[in-house]
Write a protein that binds this ligand. Sequence first.
Ligand code: ZN
Length: 91
Amino acid sequence: MANRERNKKILLELVKQPDNSRCADCGAPEPDWASYKLGIFVCLNCSGVHRSLSSHVKSIRLDFWEDKLVECPQGAVDSCEIREEGVHRRD
Ligand SMILES: [Zn+2]
């Protein structure tokens, strides 16, 4: 069974990391949403865009995250399909 509190804590820690502390799309600080398919954190506005593109986004504060979904952003660079360009590249 998923551990809701633990997973939320993991997410809130992750979003404090320098790479995640800004929206991956627009650069807004303190994103509250994450795409567990892409392993990126995004702001509310951009989460709407991702949702309309049928990317899977959830609120890191409000939604329930299953264990396997949390493992994805956490190990994103290695284990998810995150190698596509642009996620951490902002130059
Ligand atoms: Zn954004």
